[in-house]
Design a protein around this ligand. Structure first.
Ligand code: ADP
Length: 265
């Protein structure tokens, strides 16, 4: 489903910010990407989404190699990759339903979607996504009147309306308090379990990664230095990933308690 080989990504002429020899992620996997700030987590997700072009190597997603793909091939794959951000990127003045319908834009006729005209099938898919996240009672409420947790649910529903084959979540809960963060991760992992998708989320809090992922990939300085199960992520591996970076938080995490900064932006 996702196959990265000999990948190097640079943002400018400097040394690569991401160097990956080989990484495969299969359908149905639930993967967390962890690592200190600047380790390359977002860049990895952006590479999978096709938002950054590799300087070298292969990014093959859903059978399409992004380096050689034609625009229409990239578009076809891109709309099957749902992305949830830390900032929800909702349109504040639009209702819940209208925001979720934005998830259908990749499928709609460009002129019709520009005019906000969606097919009955699009509306049906959007309503089903809204029901799945439990927002059917506030369908016509404007996004800017919702709580942070509700807005994140709308963002999850919009992503579901894309009918994605891959769900990417880039620090999806770092702006939420710890209880809401757990609720949203429960929701994301629940929808992942109900759909035929791979889930890859970058998480600021390693403890949440252990709680919600099956496979953890640890990045440091743009390189994969750990790739294994939650049980395999022991103290020494954590020290290696986060060496010199907020040791107190790591120790708390290993002791099973919530990191001090959990839930902060
Ligand atoms: P993380 O998500 O782990 O915090 P990022 O992928 O955002 O890491 O960043 C990896 C490195 O790439 C960092 O050194 C960061 O400063 C750099 N970087 C990220 N985005 C850009 C950009 N748009 N232009 C230049 N450098 C960038």
């Amino acid at each position: 489903m996702i196959n990265l080989e000999c990948l190097k990504v640079r943002y400018d002429r400097n040394s690569p910010v991401l160097t990956i020899d080989s990484l495969r992620i299969n359908r149905h996997e639930r993967v967390a990407i962890i690592g200190p700030s600047g380790a390359g987590k977002s860049t990895l997700l952006r590479s999978i989404k096709g938002y950054v072009r590799p300087d070298e190597g292969k990014v093959e997603v859903l059978g399409v190699n992004f380096r050689s793909a034609k625009r229409h091939e990239w578009r076809r794959v891109n709309r099957k990759i749902g992305l949830i951000y830390q900032q929800f990127h909702l349109v504040p003045r639009l209702t819940v339903l209208r925001n979720v319908l934005c998830g259908r834009l990749g499928y709609a006729n460009p002129l019709r979607s520009l005019m906000g005209i969606f097919s009955g099938e699009d509306v049906h898919i959007a309503l089903s996504a809204i029901r799945e996240v439990g927002l059917e009672d506030i369908l016509h409420q404007r996004a800017d009147t919702l709580s942070g947790g509700e807005q994140q649910r709308v963002a999850v529903a919009r992503m579901l309306a894309q009918q994605p084959s891959i769900i990417l979540a880039d620090e999806p809960v770092s702006s939420l308090d710890p209880v809401r963060a757990e609720n949203i991760l429960e929701l994301i992992t629940k929808v992942h379990a109900h759909h035929d998708t791979a889930l890859i989320m970058s998480l600021h809090q390693p403890q949440l990664a252990k709680q919600f992922a099956q496979r953890i990939i640890g990045l440091r300085n743009g390189r994969v230095i750990f790739d294994g199960t939650c049980d395999e992520l022991d103290n020494s591996k954590m020290e290696e990933i986060y060496r010199g970076d907020n040791i107190i938080s790591i120790n708390n995490t290993l002791a099973g308690s919530r990191p001090a900064e959990a839930g902060s932006a």
